[in-house]
Design a protein around this ligand. Structure first.
Ligand SMILES: [Zn+2]
Ligand SMILES: [Zn+2]
Length: 130
């Protein structure tokens, strides 16, 4: 399976081969990095992530950990822990995220209550709220 994705402005484009598990991360660092209540990721072997266009900006968020994003539009793209053989890619930047539905949640010890109840029972509008 090969899937493609890119950032909001289109400057960064990438390709993934053999995507592994997709999951939601509820850690506080992903929350701040994305500005979202939780961040969904998909793991791939390091060699199965291919940057096909553009250049990413790197932020070293911890020792041995980098978070790469588009320096033009800010879309978070990649989480890379040097000691792991896999990297993680933000599911929301895929062209077709629904092809890889998340199978589990991690760092639920710090999950926001709003992330636990995402959308449940709240009014849902197809577009903007009327
Ligand atoms: Zn961009
Ligand atoms: Zn996280």
């Amino acid at each position: 399976m090969v899937v493609q994705g890119g950032c909001l402005c289109g400057a960064v484009r990438y390709r993934l081969r053999h995507p592994r598990a997709a999951y939601w991360c509820h850690c506080t660092m992903c929350r701040r990095a994305s500005g979202s209540a939780a961040l969904p990721w998909v793991s791939v072997a390091r060699g199965d992530f291919e940057l096909v266009q553009g250049v990413m900006t790197t932020y070293a968020s911890s020792a041995g950990v980098s978070r790469d994003f588009c320096g033009r539009c800010g879309s978070p793209i990649l989480f890379d822990m040097a000691c792991e053989d896999a990297v993680d890619v933000t599911l929301g930047t895929l062209d077709q995220p629904d092809l890889l539905p998340p199978s589990h949640h991690i760092w639920c010890s710090t999950n926001l209550e709003m992330a636990r109840t995402l959308g449940s029972g709240l009014p849902r509008h197809a577009g903007e709220a009327p």
